[in-house]
Design a protein. Structure first.
Length: 237
């Protein structure tokens, strides 16, 4: 049974086949949607911006178009395109000096943009727009929801810079008095010989009062007032 894309049905049979007009439409649609996603990432100062997203999407679209000339069922170039996007994603995901994963969302966004390009190249215009809308919403709208949920979670991680390692015991005592539990403490080797003692600390809220009324930012703000703390912030993935 042949399935026709609803948008292709509206545009006409030319858009479902492979011809100059349909190729221009698919490439143009792929680049336009990728540019929107790339602008969203670039506006938040992420490393992979407009050009990177456009190139990944364009490569995926071209791969799918080329695959249309191969024997039925063999989508070798499209598969290679997906693998290539995955390699780019892995290489663009880094660990910062604060033991935080950087670029993971952008990497997944690149891979998703490649899928959008594949759908556009295949002429599945409806699926292309649906996936594009889902990716854009995930990147632009969901982070605010995610931050809201994380800020009210009973578990979070801290990046802590102390003036001296001798103050660590004082910090632990203060944490316990506030109704918090330290799950793990890790010395950050990236700051050796910097004059500071820097730690990554996993914390759980054990106090019922804190669970009910306090957010992570309020807890951190209270800790920031301690004179021996050089710097403190919540670590976010």
């Amino acid at each position: 049974m042949e399935i026709t894309d609803p948008i292709a049905r509206l545009l006409g049979s030319w858009s479902a086949g492979i011809n100059l007009g349909s190729v221009l439409l698919r490439v143009g649609l792929s680049l336009t949607l990728a540019a929107v996603i790339g602008c969203e990432r670039a506006s938040k100062r992420h490393s992979a911006g407009l050009r990177t997203f456009m190139l990944v999407s364009l490569a995926s679209t071209a791969a799918m178009l080329l695959d249309s000339f191969l024997p039925s069922g063999l989508h070798l170039i499209a598969a290679a395109s997906v693998i290539g996007s995955s390699v780019i994603c892995v290489n663009s995901t880094l660990f910062s000096s604060r033991n935080q994963i950087r670029g993971l969302t952008t990497s997944v966004g690149l891979w998703s943009c490649g899928v959008v390009g594949l759908a556009a190249g295949a002429g599945f215009y409806t699926a292309t727009l649906i996936v594009f809308a889902a990716v854009l919403l995930s990147l632009s709208l969901f982070p605010a929801i995610e931050r809201y949920l994380k800020d009210r979670s009973n578990h979070f991680e801290l990046h802590l810079e102390l003036s001296s390692a001798s103050f660590l015991r004082d910090f632990v005592s203060t944490i316990r008095r506030l109704g918090l539990t330290i799950d793990d403490i890790e010395l950050n080797p990236a700051y050796v010989n910097s004059g500071l003692s820097v730690y990554s600390i996993a914390v759980s809220i054990s106090s019922a009062e804190l669970k009910k009324y306090r957010t992570h930012s309020q807890i951190i703000e209270a800790l920031r007032s301690l004179e021996y703390i050089h710097y403190i912030e919540e670590m976010r993935g």
